[in-house]
Design a protein around this ligand. Structure first.
Ligand code: NOJ
Ligand code: CA
Length: 688
């Protein structure tokens, strides 16, 4: 809705300047390409050398999506690898395998693709060579560069990756920028505009071609030892997107030595927005799990000593309002146990929060608790109640301080039976000046994951590197933030997240992987907890209560928080849905959706016959007729429906929820009515 609205005439005028190659060159490249198509034949990538430069093109159903897009690298102290190239060989392969995830949006994933490997070499000295590897799937494509060990390229520093995405069309894009100061954490609201007007972009970047026929999502997969990919936008000049890597402090982008592989650059393709999710392209481009015993890795719901800090009724630091006290934590553990929630997050338990914690990264201890917090005692207490304490590790970006303590801290947590950490990186650059998304940080996040795996610890990372499918290789990488979550509804500017926010997230950030959004605020006006009415300039969740419930189904996360203060759930019949909703799924399906407008999702719980439906809308009320043909035919189900109640409206009357029960079957067409800013959550259980 609303959003950034450039004039189309202006855009078209600039688009005329966009041609980086003459029409003859473009035709010549198309003529010469070596191609590979997806198993269904619809998605086709061509690779060709023209005047010594390497290009690729992409089409779907014969319609061009990417015009010739150049490939290459710039190195420090070595010539650019881009010119005087020739193709020295090609190789093809086909792969079809179905693999199982220990947890996820879907239990089984099919990896069916055709691969083309093009070997390329410089004709002149230093005679460097690499393979350009493409995989074509029915749901998109991936490509990467692989450098063998070689005399002309040993140790290197990449100063620029020259990969281009030369869009055939001025597609409509849904995006957040990547080059604004102090915004490096991806916690921004989405805009939509023609792609040609954007100056910098974070991925996943979702686009729709102007004929409406194709949705494309540019992202990356298997980011292990490289810089995060952002995209430099065309700046009103063309439709040419270029890779822009996040830098080390001195401007280096990637340090390495051959043999070496880049992450995959991925382009997911679909006919409808609804077909984009669940997205498995990135997972298929990550290596299989390296953790053989995954019995300790378990999705769960949790409560936390958390919202109180964000609405100012508690503090992280010591003092009269300290949230992480032994007594308070016991209260949360009791609440979790009584309601079948698996975990309790405790923030502010460890020494280091006093003073300006954002600028005081080195003050954090990851083993020493505040005197009013009995860590071993609480670990035992939680265990006796069948609840897990989620240990909070805020680093404030102090990577050196964290890495110095990490091994000892994780060993200590393990010895106390604590197997989940929520970490945090509230900072734009490290104290040493490396970008939050630099190779330095990518290495750090990976090191944490490996150390956590060693000590059987599950990770929930806030202010993370963006998700590139790490969870396939490290299934202890459970959830992460990396977008604007519920916390902005406590203190964010603009009054909190606008009603359309989650309908943007679903088709953008969430295509990368799970998000710890932390749904479930019931005291939507933030009055009960604080004991005073919210002032008009203060933010609060701009949703109805039923929409807060629907978010448990819509926003996928294997760690799903009941974010409000426990006392705000007491005596609330709607809380039953949070108790009941599953966090691990056999299968998931987006029934319908329009980016920025609405989403309807159904998911079948793992090891159960229950289905759940979540539907959300933006500021506009909507009615849908949902065919329940996903249910098993011939079987009757009880639908427990949590709908927006009479007069519900996010702006004026967010609280009414109408809870009802009815019998349905697969032939039922269910009318789903959503209030402005509203939602609906349904549990379907086979009738006895
Ligand atoms: C930002 C995180 O997103 C939030 O959940 C956390 O409470 C604060 N940092 C403090 O670590
Ligand atoms: Ca955050």
């Amino acid at each position: 809705m609303k959003m950034y609205a450039p004039s189309w005439t202006r855009v078209m005028a600039f688009a005329a300047l966009s041609a980086t190659l003459t029409a003859t060159a473009t035709a010549a490249i198309a003529q010469d390409t070596i191609s590979v198509a997806s198993p269904d034949g619809r998605n086709k990538v061509g690779v060709a050398v023209h005047e010594g430069k390497l290009y690729y093109i992409l089409s779907r159903d014969g319609a061009s999506l990417l015009l010739p897009s150049m490939l290459g690298f710039e190195f420090k102290g070595a010539p650019t690898l881009r010119d005087g190239l020739r193709i020295t060989g090609t190789k093809r392969a086909t792969h079809d395998e179905t693999w199982t995830q220990p947890w996820g949006e879907v239990a089984r994933v099919r990896d069916h693709h055709n691969e083309l490997r093009v070997s390329v070499a410089e004709t002149a000295a230093p005679g460097r060579s690499f393979d350009f590897v493409v995989r074509a799937f029915n749901d998109g494509i991936g490509f990467r560069y692989e450098f063998p060990a070689q005399a002309g390229l040993g140790e290197f520093v990449i100063t620029d990756e020259l990969t281009q995405f030369n869009l055939a069309d001025d597609a409509k894009a849904w995006w957040i920028p990547s080059n604004r100061p102090r915004l490096d954490r991806s916690e921004m609201l989405y805009s939509s505009s023609p792609v040609s007007v954007i100056d910098s972009i974070q991925t996943p970047l979702t686009m729709q071609t102007r004929d409406g026929k194709t949705f494309m999502v540019i992202h990356e997969a298997n980011l292990v030892d490289y810089a995060r990919m952002n995209l430099a936008g065309p700046r009103m000049e063309s439709r040419l997107l270029r890779v822009a890597l996040a830098p080390w402090q001195n401007g280096d982008k990637v340090r390495g030595h051959t043999p070496f592989m880049t992450p995959w650059r991925t382009i997911q393709l679909a006919d409808r927005a609804a077909d984009l999710s669940p997205s498995v392209l990135g997972l298929n481009l990550n290596p299989p799990s390296v953790i053989s015993d995954v019995s300790w890795i378990k999705p769960m719901k949790y409560v936390g000593i958390w919202w109180g800090m964000h609405i100012n009724t508690m503090t992280w630091n010591s003092g009269p309002k300290h949230g992480a006290t032994t007594e308070n934590t016991k209260r949360y553990i009791d609440f979790a146990a009584a309601n079948g929630l698996g975990g309790v997050l405790v923030e502010g338990w460890n020494v280091g929060w006093d003073g300006n914690w954002i600028n005081n990264a080195n003050a954090f201890s990851f083993t020493q608790a505040y005197p009013d917090y009995d860590l071993p005692g609480l670990a035992k207490y939680a265990q006796s109640k069948g609840v897990k304490i989620i240990v909070h590790n805020e680093t404030s970006g102090g990577i050196v301080n964290y890495e110095r303590q990490m091994e000892a801290a994780f060993a200590m947590y393990h010895s106390l039976g604590l197997d989940a950490i929520k970490s945090g990186y509230v900072t734009d650059t490290t104290p040493e000046g490396n970008s939050h998304h630099s190779q330095f940080m990518v290495r750090h996040y990976r090191k944490v994951l490996e150390t956590a795996a060693k000590y059987h610890i599950m990770m929930d990372v806030h202010e993370p590197i963006h998700d590139t499918g790490e969870r396939r290789t490290y299934p202890n990488m459970m959830s992460r933030e990396g977008a604007r979550g519920q916390e902005y509804n406590a203190w964010g500017g603009e009054g909190g997240n606008p009603p359309e926010h989650e309908t943007n997230l679903y088709f953008t950030r969430l295509l990368a992987g799970p998000m710890d959004f932390t749904p479930g605020i019931f005291d939507l006006l933030i009055e009960r907890g604080t004991g005073r009415p919210r002032r008009p300039e203060e933010s609060h969740p701009r949703t109805t209560l039923a929409k807060q419930l629907a978010l448990y189904v819509v926003i996928y996360s294997p760690l799903q928080m009941a974010a409000d203060l426990p006392e705000n759930y007491v005596g609330k019949p709607a809380f039953q849905f949070i108790r009941d909703v599953a966090v691990d799924w056999e299968t998931s399906k987006t029934i319908d959706g329009a980016i920025g407008d609405y989403v309807i999702v159904v998911r079948k719980a793992k090891n159960s016959n229950d289905w759940f439906l979540g539907a959300i809308t933006d500021e506009q009320g909507r009615t849908f007729n949902v065919p329940l043909n996903f249910l098993t035919p011939g079987r009757k189900y009880t639908a427990e429906i949590y709908a927006d109640g009479p007069g519900a409206n996010w702006a004026t009357n967010p609280l009414p929820v109408a809870i009802s029960k009815r019998t349905v079957e697969s032939s039922t067409n269910l009318s789903v009515v959503l209030a402005p800013g509203g939602g609906q959550a349904i549990r379907f259980t086979p009738a006895k």
